[in-house]
Design a protein around this ligand. Sequence first.
Ligand SMILES: Cc1cc2nc3c(=O)[nH]c(=O)nc-3n(C[C@H](O)[C@H](O)[C@H](O)COP(=O)(O)O)c2cc1C
Length: 371
Amino acid sequence: MKTELCKKLNLDAPIFAFTHCRDVVVEVSKAGGIGVLGAAGFTPEQLRLELDWIQDKIGDKPFGIDVIMPTSYVGDDVPDLEAMIPEEHKAWVETVMQKYDIPALPENYQRSSHEGASGSEIGWTHKICRELLEIAFSYPGLKVMVNALGTPPQDIMDTCREKGILVGALAGRVKHALAHKKGGLDFIIAQGHEAGGHTGEVTTMVLVPQVVDAVYPTPVLAAGGIASGRQMAAAMALGAEGVWCGSVWLTSPESEVDDVPKQKLIDATSEDTVRSKMLSGKPARVLKSKWTEEWVSKECPGTLPMPLQGMIVADANTRIARSKSKELAFYPTGQVVGMMNDEKGCKTIMFDMLNEYLESLDRLNGLLEEA
Ligand SMILES: Cc1cc2nc3c(=O)[nH]c(=O)nc-3n(C[C@H](O)[C@H](O)[C@H](O)COP(=O)(O)O)c2cc1C
């Protein structure tokens, strides 16, 4: 497919895979799309290990990186963010952990790359993001940089330009997309309400055509609710130049998701997700569980603003994962989780998506011939 982004990035198909998993990055890029590694959960050391691995395995294929440099968050000028977390919240998290018999982490616990950064190291501040990007910029295969919650700062854009890296950002509202266009971004990801992770109020079907028209001629990728070829065809029909998918890879054998949450994802229906502030302090769509329910219970002291909420749940989330608690297990995922009912490999997901995309075009053209 020869969309502008396919030509610039030398892709066979305009399928962008957002993922936290290096194996997914490599598989999708090798299959002709492009894998984009979500870096926000890694420490700089962990990110270096992941990128070394990707660069080694990916050959001459391109890959991308995604960071979370929010336009607004508390404490960007505070040296000790940890001190901003109220004792009441810490005590409440501990009470919930005890209620469900979730053991504490061993003393001096060393997190693996798979477990990501601890609360105080979490990459949701400009300071930590800049450290992550500085590392990423040294890899020759890096061809795309995306920011999740705002237009990237000008100096980061300038560095990307010098290095030939295309810059994109997510937008959940037309207003955000216009700000990105003004900032000179190379492409914009219009992400609808049904998406996994941080997500806004407007659905993909309604948002994409509005963003396409508002930012023309900047290319737009459609995100949120896209896991099949029919959904891809719909996105392209809305004017998108490609698709940006995050949930569909989570149940693949390559994915980073542990067995317990993976089985919950496979078993889930599209009604089993909720937009919750428990993950980061901003609304993010995740799989429902007792953990998400606790954060809206009467006893809960409320969520904290970003990045404090992410800091307070980081250790608790690791404890939940290590304990293999079925009740509390959750994962960010979109409503397409209801279509992710087996452990299809990334290459098969891509192949099936493209096949069904072509079948959809045939079907639509056939309708014209019959008329
Ligand atoms: C597990 C998970 C984590 C996510 N984390 C991020 C993130 O760190 N940065 C980001 O830009 N988007 C993040 N997202 C959103 C994706 O980039 C993407 O827009 C979304 O998954 C698309 O909708 P879908 O889930 O229906 O495919 C995340 C999505 C998922 C499923």
